[in-house]
Design a protein around this ligand. Structure first.
Ligand SMILES: *Cc1c(COP(=O)(O)O)cnc(C)c1O
Length: 272
């Protein structure tokens, strides 16, 4: 008994030492995790016989600029943020050739700030109303950006109550509005989160692909010229198999987040 106790306590010491070293590793392994995601992406693309490249958006919400810099140093150039204030804080602290994707709920009163202060804002993936499209269009115009801003129409593909994303039946009208009435925006494609708990099912991916087919048919576009932004840490390989061109991966690259992914309330007053 005494021997067993001795053994187990020395094992515990060893286990603690290992835990310490792996937690140090976990903090330093953004580059390794990123490489792993890229390999898995490539494998999924090849397996699905995809010819179009798939874009990886490294979702860095809640993570410090040091973690983003590490991913940048490992070659990553596209980053996604959910909160306007976080993007406003991080963008100036990081290299200007980063392409920022905004992937959170964008309030109309924050549009001007983000467009004016983040010149390397490359895409807003979460346009879900004509009002927001109009605000963005005007802000891009006023900011004097030479290129139109790429946007995606966010679709609620779960059929469940959600504050964000419009119903599949509404996506054609919004896409049409962007193409016909927002010359400072470029309709890049469609985006979905999936289920309200941020997981996805094949039905969500299929629904988004169906939306794209409808939008393309109605607007006389080639479907493949519109992107599909779908797939996160837990399901990006399946999303790629089902046609995703833009996956948004956070925790698998940067580690678990301190607070939940679901954008519940805006940052504390004064910060926003
Ligand atoms: C947080 C978030 C992601 C990334 O989620 P992970 O599961 O951490 O990969 C992707 N898309 C959106 C819209 C998010 O809010």
């Amino acid at each position: 008994m005494a021997t067993v106790l001795f053994l187990s306590s020395s094992r515990r010491v060893a286990a603690q030492a290992l835990a310490r070293s792996t937690s140090t590793m976990a903090e330093k392994s953004v580059a390794i995790a990123l490489q792993d995601v890229i390999s898995r992406m490539k494998r999924a693309s090849e397996g699905a016989g995809r010819t179009q490249p798939v874009r990886l958006v490294a979702v860095s919400k809640t993570k410090p600029v040091e973690a983003l810099q590490e991913a940048y140093d490992a070659g990553q150039r596209v980053f996604g943020e959910n909160y306007v204030q976080e993007m406003l804080d991080k963008a100036p602290a990081l290299p200007s050739d980063i392409q920022w994707h905004f992937i959170g709920h964008l309030q109309s009163n924050k549009v001007k700030a983000i467009v004016e202060n983040v010149p390397n804002l490359a895409m807003v993936e979460t346009v879900d109303s004509t009002k927001l499209a109009d605000k963005l269009n005007r802000a891009v115009d006023l900011a004097g950006r030479t290129e139109p801003l790429a946007v995606m129409v966010q679709v609620n593909t779960s059929g469940e109550e959600s504050k964000f994303g419009l119903e599949p039946g509404e996506c054609v009208a919004l896409a049409k509005h962007i193409v016909q009435s927002c010359p400072k925006l470029r309709l890049a494609g469609l985006m979905t989160i999936g289920m309200p708990d941020y997981s996805s099912r094949p039905e969500n991916f299929q629904c988004l692909a169906d939306c794209r087919a409808k939008v393309a048919a109605e607007l006389g576009l080639v479907p493949e010229h519109l992107e599909l932004s779908m797939g996160m840490s837990g399901d990006f390989e399946q999303a790629i198999e089902m046609g995703s061109t833009n996956i948004r991966v956070g925790s698998t690259i940067f580690g678990a987040r301190e607070y939940p992914a679901r954008p519940k309330s805006p940052p504390a007053a004064g910060q926003a």
